[in-house]
Design a protein. Sequence first.
Length: 305
Amino acid sequence: MKNCILTIGTLLFLISCGKSEKPIEPEKIQDTIAITPKESEIKEVETPIYNYEKDSDFSKELDLVLLSKVATNLKINYEDIETDKTSSIVYNDDTAFFTITYVAKKWKEGIENWEENDGDYLERIYVFVNKSNGRIIDKVLDDESCVYENEALKVEKTEIFKKLIKLNENIAGIALSTLYYVSAHDVGYDETKFSILALDGNKIIKLVYAYPIQIENSDSLDGDVLEKETRNSTISISDSATNGFFDLKISKNFQYEKGKMTDFENEDIAKIIHKNKKESQVLKFNGKIYPFNSEDRLRFLINSN
């Protein structure tokens, strides 16, 4: 079992590290933040940001006219943009924000062995733009979401939360959610990652990047025994603040089950073992980002034999 779990983790690591693009490094964010949007530009937001037990309220906006202007300014062919994996939101009276997925490299035709065909290379960028003309204010490549279309790792659309996040009395952030998954005959892995971006003058600030809010890892043992752990999190804004930014409260729920499969198609199992663990955590702003331990993931499968 341990070997199988490590195999999935290793696969994700190699997929991530195998790209030539340089990963986003939140630690290299500038030392000071001086975001000063007007108070009227910050949308009202409820204290909870994300609750896994409820449907998330994501933005349904996609300004295609503005997107066409943005594509021209980015020097991207509009036809290469995957609009089903692209979305936008109004940030303030003058500024809009886009997540854009597009074909950066087209796969060459004529490959005889289909296993060698990785497909088109897709890139995903986050970009703040001027609402009137699509002028680019700043953009950042999300290297973790850049994949070949036929890779084992699949990446869903990056969803934009409809409401901005009020991080203090003057600063608003944009919350994002992205699902990554790997699926095979006897193993399954999916993970939803959460990020918060903001605009500091004319620079994008990654305040939270790729925090794992949901994880599900499953493995079929000896053909008919299923072992699975899920991690679900709730994120809220705290009344307390550190270095001028509200703290983020995290509630984590870990569930583990192991049992004999009775219906493979519907993954029905006769439970043999069931474990549950709840934890809480507070992310505090350190002057640059909200740091967290990226290795802090599951509680039961990592110790399973």
